[in-house]
Structure formats: structure tokens, C-alpha cells
Write a protein that binds this ligand. Structure first.
Ligand code: BGC
Length: 331
């Protein structure tokens, strides 16, 4: 009896120990499995964090790029951080890209404003495994994966052709360009120069830099008019230049005699075309640039093949083009 009881007790004890062991073992396995499932789910749900660094944060043109990027953010379930210098400033711009690299962003969308200053920082991001897409301004000499934006040389050619046509091949031209050090601005000037150079009645007499501000454009337009009172036409190559030029023309009562062609279709520019204070403008698609660059970046991080160059549409519009859209001209 005593032996049987001991045997029974031993069996029960062993059974108990075994059940404790198995519960702990399988419990841990279950926890591990749960953890793996959670991690996989979190990975699937993790949104990509892209950083969009514009030349100037609070510039009306760049706000449109941001708007396009925000629409893509919703459509593709990614996060876009819009951050950069308050006012155009190469050092701050590069510092912001460097911070995006340090924060291990999943992708950086920015301009390649000039190869000397921007290629090293773009290449640094790429070498750290952070893909870079250039937007608005390309730097084809860098290691960036793709560019989304205007063909800036071609846009300059279009401006030149429009000026030749609208002035019947006779004009003394002053150019206001956004920044001398920015490659897209230089291309817009070069395309223009190459187009008008063989027209004997057209002469470019001055070129000044606005630092992409309307006040800068106004000051430089005044300077050109003081130094070259015979100027009959202006070409402004960044979004606020023609606006600044038109203010000066108005102040000097030259609105009807000066021909002004600018860039972009900001509401203010379109109003100045409607009121006949600006003659023509080269259109760009900043909203589309923002949207497409985010879409492209999403494809890049998901290892899909993307085109190296996506040129957005550019053309020249005049008052008539706005009238076609049902807009009435204003006095
Ligand atoms: C250019 C931008 C620039 C903006 C300045 C636009 O025409 O494409 O690069 O920052 O003008 O207002």
C-alpha cells in the first residue's frame, strides 16, 4: 500500500512538473509568435517618412508644390515633412537636407540648385541608403535617382519665342533672374539667349538677380531702367519677378509701353495678366511636381523601377488663354 501510494504520488508530481513545464514552454512560444505577428503587422503598417526640402518655405510657388505632395501623402499613405529655409539660403537648405539624413528619412525630395554645393549632400544621402529625387531643379551630375519638373532650358526657349513673336522681333531687353547661382535659372536664361540671339532687332542689355523676391525684382528692374532707359521689354525667370517688374512699370507709367514676360501662374500673376500689366507667362506645374515626386519616391522605396526624368508640362500663356477659360478681361 505504502509503495503504491508513493508511486502514485511520484507519478502525480511528475505529471504536475511536466504540465508546468509544457505550459511555460508553449506559453513562451505563443508569446514569441504573438510578438512576431505584431512586428509583421507593424512593419506592414509603417508609413514611409519622406522629407521635402524647398528652396524657400513660405514662397507661394513652393506652397503649391507642398499642396501636391500633401495630396500624394493621403493617396499613398506616406508621411511628408515639408521643411527648409524661411528665405532662400543655400547653407540653410543644405543643413536641412543633412538633418533629414541624420533623422534617417526614408527619402529626400529637394532641388539640385547647383552641382558644386548640392551634389555632395545629395550623394551623401544616397551613400547612406536614402534615395533622393530632385524636384523643380535637377542636378544630373549628382547620384540622385530621378528628377520631376520643368525642362528649364526648353522653358527659356519658349519665353524667347514668345518675346520674338509678341514684340515682332524688336526689343531692348532687361532680364531679372531669381538667382545667379541656381542652375534652373541659368538654363531659363540660356534657352532665352540662344533663341533670341539671331534676331537682329532684339538686344539683351542687362541681367540682374532678384534673390527670388518681388522686392528684389522691383529694385533691380528700377536699376535697369535707370541705367538703360531705352529698355522696352523685361523677362523675369522666377515666380515673383514679373510681379515686381510690373510694380515698377506701373509706378513709372510704363505699363502700356513695356513688354513683360514672366514665369509661373500664381493667382497674382494671372490677375496682372487680366489687368494687362503682365503680357505673358511661362507656365509650370508645381502641384503636379509635388504629387509626382512623392508618388515616385514611394515606388523607389518599394523597389519599383522609375523613369529618370519626368518633365512636367510647360507653355506660354497670354490674356487670350485666360479668356478661353471664361475669364473676363479687366480694364
Ligand atoms: C522656380 C522655383 C523658385 C520660384 C521662386 C519658380 O519659377 O521654379 O525654383 O523657387 O520660382 O519664386
Amino acid at each position: 500500500m505504502g509503495f503504491l501510494r508513493r508511486l502514485l504520488t511520484t507519478v502525480l508530481c511528475l505529471g504536475f512538473i511536466a504540465s508546468v513545464f509544457f505550459s511555460v514552454y508553449f506559453g513562451m512560444k505563443a508569446l514569441q509568435f504573438g510578438d512576431t505577428v505584431m512586428k509583421t503587422e507593424a512593419k506592414a503598417k509603417r508609413t514611409y517618412h519622406f522629407v521635402l526640402v524647398p528652396e524657400e518655405m513660405d514662397n507661394d510657388y513652393w506652397r503649391l508644390v507642398e499642396k501636391g505632395a500633401r495630396a500624394a501623402e493621403k493617396d499613398f499613405g506616406v508621411t511628408v515633412e515639408y521643411t527648409g529655409p524661411e528665405k532662400a539660403d543655400t547653407e540653410q537648405h543644405i543643413k536641412t537636407i543633412d538633418m533629414a539624413i541624420a533623422s534617417k528619412a526614408d527619402g529626400i525630395i529637394t532641388q539640385g540648385l547647383n552641382e558644386k554645393a548640392f551634389d555632395p549632400i545629395i550623394n551623401k544621402a544616397m551613400q547612406k541608403g536614402i534615395p533622393v529625387v530632385t524636384v523643380d531643379t535637377d542636378s544630373p551630375t549628382s547620384e540622385r535617382i530621378a528628377y520631376v519638373g520643368t525642362d528649364n532650358y526648353y522653358a527659356g526657349v519658349l519665353a524667347g519665342k514668345a518675346l520674338i513673336h509678341d514684340t515682332k522681333g524688336k526689343a531692348i531687353v532687361g532680364i531679372i533672374t531669381g538667382r545667379f547661382d541656381a542652375s534652373h535659372q541659368r538654363l531659363r536664361v540660356q534657352g532665352f539667349r540662344d533663341t533670341v540671339k539671331n534676331v537682329p532687332g532684339i538686344k539683351i542689355v542687362a541681367i540682374e538677380e532678384s534673390k527670388i523676391t518681388r522686392i528684389g525684382a522691383a529694385e533691380k528692374a528700377s536699376k535697369i531702367l535707370d541705367e538703360h532707359p531705352d529698355v522696352t521689354a523685361f523677362y523675369g525667370t522666377s515666380a515673383l519677378d514679373a510681379i515686381g517688374i510690373s510694380q515698377v512699370a506701373e509706378k513709372r507709367h510704363l505699363t502700356s509701353s513695356l513688354y513683360i514676360i514672366g514665369f509661373d501662374t500664381l493667382p497674382e500673376t494671372l490677375n496682372l495678366i487680366r489687368t494687362r500689366k503682365i503680357d505673358a507667362t511661362v507656365t509650370q506645374q508645381p502641384y503636379e511636381m509635388g504629387y509626382k515626386s512623392v508618388a515616385l519616391m514611394r515606388d523607389i522605396v518599394e523597389k519599383k523601377k522609375v523613369p529618370e526624368i519626368t518633365n512636367t508640362e510647360t507653355r506660354v500663356i497670354h490674356l487670350q488663354d485666360l479668356l478661353h477659360k471664361g475669364d473676363a478681361p479687366q480694364p
